[in-house]
Structures are given as structure tokens and as C-alpha cells.
Write a new protein. Sequence first.
Length: 214
Amino acid sequence: MNVLLDNLSLYAEGLLGTIELTVYGSLLALVLGFVMASFRVAPVGSLRVFGTVWVTVLRNTPLTLLFFAVMLGLPRFGIVLPFELFAVLALGCYTSAFICEALRAGINTVPTGQGEAARSLGMTFVQTLGGVVLPQAFRSVIPPVGSTLIALAKNSAIAGAFSVTELLGTYKTLNELGYSIIWSFVWIAVGYLIVTLSISAIFNLLEKRWGVAR
């Protein structure tokens, strides 16, 4: 307990950094994932191609490599942001590819007849997607989206290697102060458990409220 009690402010700062990365990264991933899923089922061929390329490239790129590309590549093009924002950008874009595929799988579970019926009533593609298809698809994708965001929370640990304040990075300071590395990691693991179990609890509530009965 001494490791935790003697360095409570350090752990709190790291936990807060991880929570911020998780929340902002999740919001970006959900927005981009929704947009890319819409592109992938759009009637416009160029949008489908863009969505497919986005998902294919990001799903097959190591997240660490994406962090390097964002952190070191974007400043070369004059885009200079705090490292925290770069980390959110990398996490959000990477995770959006998996959110997109989860949403697209949910969209495919909706009977095509419902979309055709909506279009026969004069509804546009956007109206059909937003008013008919996605509300039903959302119910079936709650568990996979929750699992994806839990993975994002754990992936945020990579940001510590790029001078971003987060939970895993606290071990460096603790190691320099001479604390047991084992107990340092034990309390770091507890912190990640708090974050991931909180996300799991939120999505369990969403699934009970709106999920598809099985």
C-alpha cells in the first residue's frame, strides 16, 4: 500500500490522463466510425471506396506505427498540436475502423426490405439510414462497440511513450524513486481495471435497456 499512498497524486494524475484519452478518443472513434460505416453502405461508389480504404489501412496498421506517423509526421506538414491531442487523434482514428465494421455488421442485420420500404415512401438515403436502419442496428452492436472501446482504453498506454500523461507512464517515475516495480504495476493494473470495468458497466446498462433480446 505504501507505493499507492506515498504516490497517490501521481497515480491520480496518470489515471485522469488515461480517462481523458479514453473519453476523447472514444468520442472521436464513434463519430468517425459512424461516418465511415455510412460511407461503406452509401449508394455513391466513391464514398464506398473511401470508407473501404480507411478501414483496410487502419485495421492493418500497427497502432504504434500510427502514433509515430501522427506525432512525427503531422508536424512536418505544419500541424503542431499538444501531444495529448495527437494521441487522441491516433487512438480515435485507429479505433474508428473497428467501430465502423461493428456498425456495418449491425446495419447488415436489418432486413433490406425495411430500407426498400422507406425509399418507396420517398425517404432519402440519409433519412433511411438515420431514421430506420441505424436505430435498429444500434441495438445489436452495443456489445462489440463496448469491447472495442475497452480495447481503446488499454491501447492508450502507448501514449505514455510519447510524453503523454497516462497511467502506465507512472512506472518510470516510481522506478526512479526506488519503489518496487512489481507493486507499481499492480496498482497500475488496478487503475486500468477501474477504467475498463466502468466502460463494461455502462455498456451492460445500455444492453439491458436497448439490446436485442436473445
